[in-house]
Design a protein around this ligand. Structure first.
Ligand code: NAD
Length: 306
């Protein structure tokens, strides 16, 4: 295996349970397997469990079975209700994990859910860090995610080698919930950036400019961005296969607008973009990639949208 060189210089790796093998969780768990970790996974779709097995992991039949022997439990599910569903109750992680285990919750959820989870887990002798990510499906596949962490320094240090197999920029941002607060800011910036790009695309096309040439030169200047690099082809080809679903970005815009209101921060542009995301979803586009904000600008500009 390709990890032999590394394994001679590293101590034994912790046994990992992985809950949530979706667009992000599947490639991320596969990167852990490639790095030499034993990964036992559970998720709701059988095809994703088959994919884990094919990659060298072990498919569990339940959360309890996945976590019972795990040292580290990584969770990557859609939102706060799913994190609560997998963590709590007789079949959940807290009832079935070993005392001393470390939960690394990589889902993007409300900061308060992370704070509450850490508190409830502590009563069971289980530690938690919140570790949401940015970088999208491509970043997950390429193991170059940005990972924003909230929690204790010692738990961050313990998780760092594992996180190194998943991402490139890995930062402890503060106490429990801080990773989620930074992720909320990330989603604000990304949504506003996509919206600006989408408006530029419609403006450029209606003006008769070569769109590909325009986006290439724009991306080399101050208007350039990771969003434009990653989403340029989605705009050019009207390819809105997710990626990152509008449904999830709608959830994140709810998190950031709520969290900002709680601390008295005004988000005037973010508020408008949150409405545009909500509107796109209401029009039935919730399952599309967030670059589909372009469809909304097109509709507003009188274009026919299929
Ligand atoms: P997804 O919908 O593709 O995958 C979610 C997975 O969670 C599914 O496989 C589902 O089976 C599993 N799940 C849900 N409830 C479960 C339960 N009760 N028990 C076991 N498994 C359960 O979502 P995704 O795109 O992978 O996103 C996951 C998280 O990562 C979200 O919080 C999202 O906001 C965040 N995120 C996504 C991206 C992206 O580009 N897709 C980028 C950064 C962050």
């Amino acid at each position: 295996m390709s990890n032999n060189l590394q394994s001679s210089s590293r101590p034994t790796r912790p046994a990992v349970a992985w809950i949530g093998l979706g667009i992000m969780g599947s490639p991320m768990s596969e990167n852990l397997i490639k790095a030499g970790y034993d990964v036992t996974g559970f998720t709701l779709e059988q095809d994703k469990l088959d994919r884990l097995t094919a990659a060298g992991g072990t498919a569990a039949k339940s959360i309890a079975e996945a976590v019972k022997d795990a040292d580290v439990i990584v969770t990557m599910v859609p939102a706060s209700p799913q994190v609560e569903a997998i963590a709590y109750g007789p079949d959940g992680i807290l009832e079935n994990a070993k005392s001393g285990a470390l939960i690394v919750d990589m889902s993007s959820i409300t900061p308060q859910t992370s704070v509450d989870l850490a508190k409830n887990a502590k009563e069971k002798g289980i530690r938690v860090i919140d570790a949401p990510v940015s970088g999208g499906e491509a970043g997950a596949i390429e193991a170059v995610l940005s990972i924003m962490v909230g929690g204790e320094q010692a738990d961050f240090d313990e998780a760092k080698p594992l996180l190194d197999a998943l991402g490139k920029t890995i930062v402890l941002c503060g106490p429990h919930g801080s990773g989620q607060t930074v992720k909320a800011a990330n989603q604000l910036i990304v949504a506003v950036n996509i919206q600006a790009c989408a408006e530029a695309v419609v403006f450029l096309e209606k003006s008769g400019v070569d769109l590909k040439a325009a986006l290439d030169v724009l991306n080399g200047g101050l208007a350039g961005s990771t969003v434009l690099t990653r989403k340029k082809d989605n705009f050019l080809n009207r390819d809105f296969k997710p990626g990152f679903r509008i449904d999830l970005h709608h959830k994140d815009m709810g998190i950031v607008t709520d969290a900002a209101r709680n601390v008295g921060a005004a988000l005037p542009v973010g508020g408008v973009v949150a409405q545009l995301v909500a509107s796109l979803r209401a029009q039935g586009d919730g399952g599309l990639d967030h670059s589909a904000l372009l469809r909304s600008v097109e509709r507003l500009s009188g274009n026919q949208v299929a």
